[in-house]
Design a protein around this ligand. Structure first.
Ligand SMILES: [Ca+2]
Length: 413
């Protein structure tokens, strides 16, 4: 993600600018990067898990690009525990979530400013806990925030979204209330998703996973289940107006798109305004998708991955009519967690590039995007040996938090 509070400006700019502006950007990319992609081999040099063929040229293993502008990487905080999300605040500070169930405000130089507690209990076993956070578009005046977390429910648990008022002076969240639950609850500690991002109309996109176990996996294709979905909800957790399945009696009206495995990455393209998503595949088959209303993204019917055991998934097919193809996929996997489009031009060749935090792959993945296709890939911060959990953009800089409890700042040298 996330310029969650800043992206509204970017969206209105996108509307203001004409198609010519986008084309001009594209030709600029071509000058800066396309030459590189035609010359450099892909960044991935190890063998794939499968012999599956991509649906189109450039859907995987695109040519490499290399950043030319000099930049610096600074570790600006450490000992953070298990940070899960980092988002910019309108005043130039950062809000971090901590998996065990609290948040922290840090200044942009790194130091802790204030710990925020008082949140409803989280089930932080496995991949669960306090997950993402999004600031209300009017946060500067109303101090309302929204967060996702894993919540105990009966004998199981589920991904829930809550809202409340951040009282920084007291270091507490006031009047927390759960506004949405991705039902049904299952007994699993895996694949909760989740990321939150506001659209230009002030509605909230929410991603979630299918909980990993077989019972949840098959529900990713079901419109009557909240597992393996992208939702679009209002600030009160109601279905967003215009949602694609509002008129279907058999569907959860909050669903925006389906057939998702486990999505911990969402951001909105600064020029096109489209929702981009990345998700974990199984063994191979991590995906980058453009999420459109009502579309089926295929899991578990089609996938470029295989079971961890090595057997095929379902019929072992990768394409099917009525199911969307990923814009790009990785085999072996990236393990994509949080991601963000670089919205500034401090590092000119990064403008509108996508930066994705990789967990098991232990790097930040930079993708050059041209005309909704990936045109170049670069591995950043490979020397840190860190699992990158989330990446944020603010004021020309990238901020990344890791499972090792560190926060990095990447800026022009
Ligand atoms: Ca898919």
């Amino acid at each position: 993600m996330k310029t969650k509070t800043l992206f509204l400006g970017a969206i209105s700019s996108a509307i203001f600018y004409s198609a010519d502006y986008f084309n001009q950007n594209v030709s600029t990319y071509s000058k800066i990067d396309a030459g590189d992609t035609s010359r450099l081999p892909p960044v991935e040099t190890t063998g794939a898990n499968t012999e599956y063929k991509p649906a189109f040229a450039g859907q995987t293993r695109i040519g490499a690009v290399k950043t030319r502008t000099a930049y610096k990487v600074e570790k600006i905080a450490q000992g953070l525990g298990r940070p899960w999300a980092v988002v910019p605040m309108p005043d130039g500070r950062l809000l971090l979530t901590e998996k065990s169930g609290y948040m922290e405000i840090h200044n942009a130089a790194g130091p802790l400013v204030k710990k925020i507690t008082g949140f409803p209990a989280v089930d932080d076993r496995g991949q669960g806990g306090m997950l993402d956070v999004a600031l209300d578009p009017n946060f500067s005046s109303n101090k309302i925030i929204y967060w996702s977390f894993s919540e105990k429910s009966g004998n199981g648990n589920l991904m829930a979204v809550a809202k409340g008022k951040l009282n920084e002076a007291a270091g507490i969240i006031e009047n927390p209330v759960v506004i949405f639950r991705a039902t049904p609850a299952l007994r699993s500690t895996l694949h909760y998703g989740s990321r939150l991002i506001f659209d230009k109309d002030g509605h909230l996109f929410v991603s979630t996973g299918e909980r990993s176990i077989m019972e949840g996996r098959k529900q990713a294709q079901g419109l009557n289940s909240g597992l393996g979905k992208i939702f679009k909800i209002t600030k009160d957790g109601k279905p967003a107006p215009g949602n694609p399945f509002l008129n279907r009696q058999d569907a959860m009206p909050e669903i925006y798109a389906y057939g998702i495995r486990n999505a911990q990455s969402l951001d909105i393209h600064p020029v096109t305004g489209e929702l981009w998503e990345a998700e974990f595949g199984p063994r191979g088959g991590d995906e980058l998708n453009i999420i459109k209303p009502g579309k089926n993204y295929g899991w578990p019917t089609i996938t470029y991955g295989i079971e961890y055991s090595g057997s095929t998934i379902g019929d072992g097919i990768q394409q099917k009519a009525g199911m969307e193809q990923p814009v790009y996929y990785w085999d072996p996997v990236l393990s994509p967690s949080g991601m963000v489009f670089y919205r500034g031009d401090a590092i000119p060749e990064w403008k509108n590039n996508l930066f994705i935090g990789g967990l098991s792959s232990a790097h930040i993945c930079r993708l050059v995007i041209v005309n909704n296709k990936v045109a170049g890939e670069e591995k950043l911060l490979t020397d840190k040996n860190e699992r990158f959990r989330d990446v944020a953009y603010m004021n020309g800089m990238l901020f990344a938090v890791t499972d090792g409890g560190n926060m990095y700042r990447i800026s022009k040298k």
